[in-house]
Ligand binder design. Structure first.
Ligand code: SF4
Ligand code: SF4
Ligand code: SF4
Ligand code: FES
Length: 946
């Protein structure tokens, strides 16, 4: 097993259909028009020496190493910038070219430290390789002349270092930052001999605009930009392709290893979701996997106030089984349940819901997707017929208009955010609907055509106002609607949308947005060419989350922006496997593939396969489990990879529910906040320690491959299997691929999926079955999955969470780039360098009124509770709106959020809470108590397991 080697063709592939034939070193080759001579040569296996060219970037032509001779042309053109031409005859090797190349290399080497043997890039350095390739044997200029060898290293970034002494000023880093990442953090400062790479205005990397995506490090052909981990550990010796476990973009990485030690994660160029790009989390923030806080032995305790006792796996598993059986015997079959995780693999999730349905004998299973994208599932299935986004990420390259609502891709989905920025730089227009001025509203070389800064909680009013303009100004696509949609439903909707009360003018007082802006945005969306909608939790986490999803689907259908490349309705999924956990039957009313448990033929298929009879009644959702626990009828819970005591709304209610149970089993990497209420702790395994699959926001199923042995001894699916067996229900899978075979057998949209297919094809987007054996990149082409697309009337109903004299401000929440969700992983990495604590963003006007200075402690109080954090005074938020992230447990952001939720799915209304903000002296009493509880939970008796 060696390193996975990806060929660098030097320049990008051309998509042109027309072919051009030329001769290179006597060999005829036909390549698409627009291909460079360098790439054409690579197609026939001829590597022309190069330094400034790489196929991730546009060709630049600065190093002059790739010169060739072309018959009939004067001079020696650079092959990376010269496109092929019909009949062209190229020579890549002869004495003259060799001499010229050696001359170029000599200049580079004479200003380069000669420490190859001790250099961190030794053996993996393009400069070293090229010196060999051109046959450099001597450096006539000597090494004593003027040089850059004394330039100081910049080690300000926690993950990579910059050693200018080794820089050959090829600009690959600068171009990667511009073209791939779109941050424009680097420049070449100075001219000629004095030119050098500089972050920002000669700042350090850490102080600059750099977002640590790593694109420049990857692009650098020398050791100038180098991962600190490689400097410390050494060059990797083998690699395994796997999938990032952070967000729903689902980037592919090569996990580069030395033995069982991870050296670095390098984005995989062949990854269909990321095409070789990454963000700071997937690229660098993997240190939590070996963090000392990880619990690797099972633990139990009789009461939650007792210290933990380490036990053997056997004891832990039989304790869980006997407790669950005791509880069911005492309180009834429905008194226990399970929670699956969107962090775990499809196979693990499928197994947990199977455990609940088949071994617990009820349908009390739910998932954390309940609290994020359940309205997406319901809204899109009602309107289009499928609970998922409609496009692949590549589709954005064909979009002319991007409507972005309630999502902040440059922080939440950074790699897709970069793709979006690229398309916007190419000329696509952007409409941002968000209470906050997110980065995309204005960022280098990107400016939104319209930013509609609506009041939190008024999405439905805003989307209906857009619909009003589309209907009343005849901007809809009548032919599409007639051919593809339910006409009666359309007529009802159009009448509703056209009503004067739904005009942008009538709704301006509600949304707080200038009606002229709304009208202009509607016209652009309807008539600006291919228009694609992207949205996030700012749409779903509302009392009308499902209505808003339906309103988005209405807009897409009305304007014919669905069913082809470049358009569609696309939820940006938060966690790595939110899509998968929903697909796998994690909801109490649905089997895998979104089929209701009460449908006899579906249930029967599962009963036959699983050899048990199954309950036809939907089970309890998470909030109902907690209610029932408080009422004393729900007593036992198995929670895999989920921290409901921190991530669910109204923490007081959640903790009361957990505290009322008799056996809470938490399976996780760390003693999380929920573990404060656990009686059994089962150590979990990281994505690096398991095999399986994740499904990203594009419905793309990708392999997660084990690169190291689980520190706890088991992959998570094995633990679920042990619990099932201890409960007397046989599960005998030898490998997750067998679980996937079962999923495929029982789930029509997955019928063609197998690990073999994924190995062959790299990834596949469901539906994947007989009709679509290679998967489905774009859905609803030629017809909706449900038959006719269905419009829904989306009457705006204001949330019950209203501002008033006591709570005059609206709090909304989101995430930032460097941290992830409740921070369990990212807080255990050097990412804390960028975000040590959650801050409350408040507009200068609101801050001044309250006597609040930037950086001061403030109390945030709502009807549900109060917490304290530091203020950040900024006009990113509008007056009347405050904003915070929820990455640190001490922030207790969810102690202030209420228990209001989406009418259809119970998805909590995280995005709107009426609050008051006032100066404070520091953390509140609850925060102190919480911290104490956390400390107590981490008490472990030194009882060695055998
Ligand atoms: S790490 Fe990314 S953002 Fe930072 S300078 Fe390099 S390419 Fe630019
Ligand atoms: S840092 Fe690396 S990529 Fe950037 S100019 Fe120098 S050698 Fe080239
Ligand atoms: S964008 Fe998401 S999937 Fe990609 S590296 Fe970052 S966190 Fe991982
Ligand atoms: S590789 Fe062509 S000029 Fe540098």
């Amino acid at each position: 097993m060696g390193l996975v080697h990806e060929i660098d063709y030097g320049t990008k592939a051309s998509n042109a259909a027309a072919l051009v034939t030329l001769t290179i070193d006597g060999v005829k080759v036909s390549v698409p028009e627009g291909t460079s001579v360098m790439r054409a040569a690579m197609e026939i296996g001829t590597q022309i020496p190069k330094l400034c060219a790489t196929d991730m970037l546009d060709s630049f032509g600065s190093c002059r190493l790739c010169l060739v001779e072309i018959e009939g042309r004067a001079g020696t053109p650079a092959s990376c910038t010269t496109p092929v031409a019909e009949g062209m005859v190229v020579h890549t090797q002869n004495e003259r070219l060799g001499k010229l190349r050696r001359g170029v290399m000599e200049l580079y080497i004479s200003d380069h430290p000669l420490d190859c043997l001790t250099c961190s890039a030794n053996g993996n350095c393009e400069l070293q390789d090229m010196a060999g390739a051109v046959g450099l044997r001597e450096v006539r200029y000597g090494y004593e002349g003027e040089n850059h060898l004394d330039s100081a290293k910049d080690v300000s970034n926690p993950y990579f270092q910059f050693d200018p002494a080794k820089c050959i000023v090829c600009s690959r880093c600068v171009r990667a930052c511009e073209e791939v990442q779109g941050t424009f953090a680097l420049t070449i400062a100075g001219r000629g001999f004095d030119s050098k790479v500089s972050p920002g205005m000669e700042e350090s990397f850490f102080e600059s605009e750099c977002v640590s995506c790593g694109a420049c490090v990857q692009a650098c052909p020398t050791a100038t930009l180098m991962e600190t981990s490689v400097v410390e550990i050494g060059q990797p010796e083998h690699s395994v392709v796997t999938t990032c476990a952070y967000c729903g973009v689902g980037c592919s990485f090569k996990a580069e290893m030395r033995g069982e030690e991870l050296v670095r994660m390098v984005p995989y160029k062949d990854g269909k979701a990321n095409h070789g790009h990454s963000c700071v989390k997937g690229r660098f923030a993997w240190g939590y996997a070996t963090h000392q806080d990880r619990i690797t032995r099972p633990m139990i305790r009789a009461k939650i106030s007792d210290p933990w006792r380490e036990v053997s796996w056997d004891e832990a598993i039989s304790h869980v089984a006997s407790e669950f059986r005791r509880i069911q015997a005492t309180y009834g079959k429905g008194s226990i349940g399970g929670i699956t995780s969107s962090r775990c693999t499809n196979e693990e999730t499928f197994l947990v819901q199977k455990l609940v349905r088949a071994a617990f004998g009820n349908n009390n299973v739910d998932t954390c997707a309940r609290v994020c994208h359940s309205p997406t599932g319901y809204g899109l299935s009602q309107t289009f017929g499928t609970s998922a986004g409609t496009q692949d990420f590549d589709s954005v390259e064909q979009a002319d208009v991007i409507l972005l609502i309630g999502a902040n891709p440059t922080d939440g989905h950074p790699v897709f955010g970069s793709r979006m920025k690229k398309r916007l730089r190419e000329g696509a227009k952007l409409i941002v609907i968000d209470p906050r001025r997110i980065d995309l509203v204005r960022t280098p070389h990107v400016e939104a055509a319209y930013h509609l800064p609506l009041r939190p909680g008024t999405n439905v009013a805003m989307l209906t106002a857009l619909a009003h303009v589309i209907v009343t100004e005849n901007l809809y696509d009548e032919a599409f609607v007639r051919e593809r949609c339910d006409l009666d439903a359309f007529t009802l909707w159009a009448e509703f949308a056209a009503a004067e009360r739904n005009s942008p003018e009538a709704l301006a007082a509600t949304t707080g947005v200038d009606p002229q802006l709304v009208r202009a945005a509607a016209r652009l969306y309807a008539k600006g060419g291919n228009a694609a909608i992207y949205y996030g939790l700012g749409v779903t986490e509302h009392s009308q989350g499902t209505t808003a999803v339906m309103a988005l689907a209405n807009l897409a259908m009305a304007t014919g922006n669905i069913g082809r490349v470049g358009v569609g309705v696309n939820p940006l999924r938060g966690q790595n496997n939110v899509q998968g956990s929903c697909d796998m039957g994690s909801f109490p009313h649905e089997f895998s593939g979104y089929r209701h448990v009460s449908t006899p033929e579906v249930r029967q298929a599962f009963e036959v396969d699983w050899g048990v009879s199954l309950d036809a009644e939907p089970g309890l959702r998470i909030p109902n489990m907690l209610d029932a626990a408080v009422d004393g009828t729900f007593k036992g819970l198995y929670i895999q990879g989920e921290d409901i005591a921190q991530s669910d709304p109204d923490i007081k209610h959640v903790t009361a529910g957990l505290a009322a149970m008799e056996c809470v089993v938490v399976q996780d990497l760390f003693l999380n906040e929920t573990a404060q209420f656990a009686h059994v702790f089962l150590p979990g395994s990281t994505f690096l320690e398991k095999n399986g699959t994740f499904t990203n926001a594009e419905r793309r199923i990708q392999l997660v491959r084990k690169v190291m042995t689980p520190k706890n001894g088991y992959e998570d699916w094995e633990v679920t299997q042990l619990i099932a067996k201890a409960l007397g229900y046989e599960m005998n899978y030898a490998h997750p691929s067998e679980i996937m075979d079962e999923i495929a057998r029982l789930t029509p949209s997955f019928a063609g999926v197998s690990f073999d297919l994924l190995e062959r094809q790299g990834s596949v987007q469901w539906p994947c079955n007989e009709k679509a054996p290679e998967g489905t990149p774009v859905m609803h082409v030629g017809g909706f999955v449900r038959g006719q697309g269905r419009f829904f009337v989306t009457e705006y109903v204001a949330t019950d969470e209203k501002t008033g004299p006591r709570f005059p401000l609206l709090l909304t929440t989101g995430r930032i780039l460097s941290q992830y969700n409740v921070g369990a992983q990212t807080r255990r990495t050097a990412n804390t360098a960028w975000h040590e604590e959650d801050l409350l963003e408040i507009h200068p006007h609101d801050a001044e009124q309250r006597g609040i200075n930037d950086g001061a402690w403030v109390k945030v109080a709502s009807r549900a509770g109060e917490t304290s954090l530091r203020a950040k005074v900024t006009d990113r938020v509008a007056p009347g709106v405050v904003y915070t992230t929820f990455h640190h447990p001490m922030t207790l952001a969810n102690i202030v959020t209420t228990d209001y939720s989406d009418w259809a799915t119970n998805c909590p209304e995280y995005k709107v809470t009426a609050v008051q903000v006032s100066p404070s002296n520091g953390p509140t009493e609850s925060q102190q108590t919480y911290a104490d509880l956390g400390r107590r939970t981490r008490q472990i008796e030194a009882t060695p397991a055998e």
